[in-house]
Design a protein around this ligand. Structure first.
Ligand SMILES: [Zn+2]
Ligand SMILES: [Zn+2]
Length: 374
């Protein structure tokens, strides 16, 4: 484990209470559990470290000893749980927490204590894809790379392969197993072979009886038109295969819609700043405006003011629930010609001479105050 501080490993204060330590452990265990990170050695090492830190800090006696500088080993070996012989001894020390703990890993953990185990649903998987705004209009398809559990090719996911009847290895063919407590010796029927002493199915060696193997695959995900940024798509059965023929988990794909340099999205509507020349705004014009489907002509009416919004109906994004499309709203931004040549300046002076409108008159009417320099 190295010399790293156990409190640091769990990310808690030295004086942290039991509840805080258990919460920190559960949070980290959810993230690093090997079954949730198949093939990831770093997650596996991290998980072992977290679990050992938790075992010590969750046991008041061992925690006191650790605080005093002594690291005690657990006094009795705990039963083993999990996948690939993963030591899940922590279950023994959590006592009252056990039900919460079982819930935590209900979909990924298997108790591997000998007996026959039923099918188990595979865990869910999560992924993120990115699409452009234009693809949010049309919809898109993405190939999502995944490392996931798939059904074992050798046993077709059953975890066992059919064999000629042979002696059960757990009881040596006797059908009974013996255990002792103190001076008493008990014999009970063997769970593995149901007391028959014979097995006609044997554990699949390829997958260790789990019925699954880890494989890198890509899954095609269809992103529907009009999807919102951050929306999550569910692909039923796209997650991990279940153990021993259990149902597959689902794949959840979060969709990020990349920002566009021109268009800003507001629900199904798109917003655009439209630069308009002074003469176009004053006299009216037809101007070319980009849309996600190419340029269209937009009429700028005579006398258009800066800040005015011109609407192009149906040029926004699909609104899937309504079955309609949003609009494209172009906000007019007046742009003065620059630089102004002598001839243009002369024309503007001429314009000022014939046009006396006071553009700030409404201000002064609103505050009802006389103007000083009138
Ligand atoms: Zn197998
Ligand atoms: Zn047996």
């Amino acid at each position: 484990m190295g010399t790293m501080d156990l409190y640091e490993i769990l990310g808690v204060r030295r004086g942290a209470g039991g509840g805080e330590i258990r919460r920190a452990y559960r949070r980290l265990a959810r993230r690093y559990h090997p079954d949730l990170n198949p093939g990831d050695r770093e997650a596996q090492a991290r998980y072992a470290q977290i679990t050992r830190a938790f075992e010590t800090l969750n046991d008041p006696e061992r925690r006191r000893a650790y605080d005093a500088g002594v690291l005690l080993e657990p006094t009795e070996p705990a039963p083993s749980y999990g996948f690939e012989g993963f030591d899940f001894s922590v279950q023994a020390s959590v006592g009252a927490e056990a039900s919460t703990f079982g819930e935590l890993f209900a979909d990924v953990l298997t108790r591997t204590l000998g007996g026959q185990e039923g099918p188990q649903r595979g865990a869910h998987l999560h992924a993120t894809v990115s699409i452009s705004l234009a693809e949010a209009l049309t919809g898109a398809e993405r190939q999502v790379p995944l490392t996931r559990h798939v059904a074992c090719r050798v046993c077709l996911g059953r975890g066992a392969v059919q064999a000629a009847a042979c002696d059960c290895p757990a009881c040596g063919g006797t059908g009974r197993v013996r255990s002792s407590r103190g001076h008493m010796v008990f014999a009970r029927p063997c769970e593995r072979c149901g007391g028959s002493g014979q097995l006609s199915w044997v554990t699949c060696r390829s997958c260790g009886g789990q019925g699954v193997e880890v494989r890198g695959e890509t899954v095609a995900v269809a992103v529907p038109p009009g999807i919102a940024d951050g929306a999550e798509l569910r692909v039923p059965g796209g997650g991990h295969a279940g153990r021993r023929g259990g149902e597959r988990g689902d794949l959840f794909v979060r969709v990020q819609v990349e920002p566009h340099p021109l268009f800003r999205r507001e629900g199904p509507d798109l917003h655009l700043v439209l630069p308009v020349a002074v003469h176009e705004a004053a006299l009216g014009a037809r101007v070319e405006v980009p849309t996600l489907e190419g340029p269209v002509l937009l009429r700028v009416p005579p006398g258009t003011q800066s800040g005015q919004r011109l609407r192009l109906r149906g040029r926004g994004l699909p609104a899937p629930r309504q079955g309609t499309r949003g609009d494209l709203l172009a906000e007019v931004k007046l742009v003065l010609p620059s630089p102004l040549d002598e001839r243009a300046k002369e024309l503007l002076r001429e314009f000022a001479r014939i046009h006396h409108e006071d553009v700030r008159r409404e201000w002064w009417a609103a505050v009802d105050a006389p103007r000083r320099f009138d």
